[in-house]
Design a protein around this ligand. Structure first.
Ligand code: ATP
Ligand code: MG
Length: 352
């Protein structure tokens, strides 16, 4: 299947519930882009989750829950092709082929790998198998996810910038060695978001126990927001901003995450009003937290309602997964077969 339409692809790991970083870093773009006349592919990255999840009972249920949340947020399996990564096993074959042109040194500089290595040094008794071959090769599998559908655009958060650049490098190297075979996607825009964690750390992450989730009820939202550290001591400063017209002044990290949420959810005048209060100093954090919690709960309410819609049961999700996998398989197989030919092993004699 070759088409002139723009191809868009992105995935999220079923390692926990969707949070505000996932939503504003990725999902919000999925929703906008599915309205374009483009081929949108959105998947739940269950192979990728295996580098983190150790309890085998969790992963399938987490996958279904993530898909139900996708639908509750407005992703439409009729407008976008929504599938499960492992329903496209030829992605693993492509990752194997791409591994042949990927330097280990390149992978060892990967941020996810380096981060785990650092954590393991701090905690040598860490559970699971943190330094697996799968973790080191994570960017190769991600390259396969992207290249297999010939993606033009990959809407991901800023934390994935390096992995996306690696995918482009791997494709360029493959093409250089074996001839023009793989389509190289566009780089990530400079305005990509990285939402800090509620604990004030640099990134909110499903596996980091510092998230504000789309399915959090009002009591949970209030509890989590109240617990955000709002020390006024001088701390490492957040100078990043996605909205140049509303540049955040330098703030301690916990305060910065509250303002970031406010900038995403509140009307501009309410945001600017709190910004002015920050500049003037004083004791207003209690009020700020209450307001942020209110905006968050209002945002979550319709998502929670749709998530609990009995029509979106497991059978509904499994049915569209089956149908959508059929829509992505032809283009994926075409890419893998082209790579096999380019590398000299020739097309599979087994696949029909
Ligand atoms: P994990 O901690 O298990 O890696 P995660 O929260 O990092 O989970 P992913 O599934 O790795 O989520 O990423 C899904 C998408 O969400 C990616 O596009 C990623 O860039 C984006 N994303 C994740 N966290 C943030 C964040 N804090 N800010 C902006 N985007 C984010
Ligand atoms: Mg992640």
């Amino acid at each position: 299947m070759s088409t002139a339409k723009e191809v868009i692809l992105s995935g999220i790991r079923p390692t926990g519930r969707l949070h505000y970083g996932n939503y504003f870093g990725a999902l919000t773009h999925f929703l906008r882009l599915q309205e374009r006349d483009a081929n949108c592919y959105y998947f739940v990255a269950d192979y990728h989750a295996l580098t983190t999840i150790t309890d085998r009972r969790e992963i399938y249920q987490a996958t279904l829950e993530m898909l139900r949340t996708y639908v509750a947020c407005g992703l439409d399996p009729h407008k976008s092709v929504i599938y499960r990564q492992s329903d496209l096993p030829c992605t693993a074959e492509l990752a194997l082929l791409l591994g042949m042109v990927t330097n280990i040194g390149h992978l060892e500089r990967g941020t996810t790998y380096k981060d785990k290595l650092g954590r393991l040094q701090d905690d040598p008794k860490m559970e699971g198998n943190p330094l697996s071959y799968g973790l080191l090769g994570y960017p190769v599998l991600m390259a396969a996810d992207i290249l297999i559908v010939k993606a033009d655009l990959v809407p991901v958060g800023d934390d994935q910038r390096q992995h996306l650049e690696m995918a482009c490098d791997i494709a360029a190297k493959f093409n250089h060695r074996f001839g023009e075979t793989l389509h190289i996607p566009k780089a990530l825009g400079r305005d990509a978001l990285r939402l800090p964690g509620l604990d004030g750390s640099a990134k909110m992450g499903k596996s980091d126990n510092n998230t504000l989730d789309l399915l959090d009820d009002p009591a949970t939202v209030l509890r989590k927001i109240k617990a955000v550290p709002t020390t006024t001591d001088p701390l490492p400063l957040d100078t990043e901003s996605n909205e140049p017209e509303m540049v955040l002044p330098k703030m301690p990290p916990g305060v910065a995450v509250l303002y970031r949420l406010l900038s995403l959810l509140a009307p501009e005048d309410a945001y600017l009003d709190f910004l002015e209060q920050y500049r003037q100093g004083g004791k207003f954090y209690g009020n700020l937290k209450k307001e942020v919690a209110r905006y968050v709960s209002e945002f979550n309410a319709p998502i929670i309602e749709s998530y609990n819609d009995p029509a979106h049961d497991d059978a509904f999700i499994e049915e569209f997964l089956r149908e959508n996998a059929k829509r992505v398989a032809p283009v994926a197989l075409e890419t893998v077969e082209a790579c096999r030919e380019a590398m000299g092993i020739g097309r599979s004699l087994y696949r029909a």
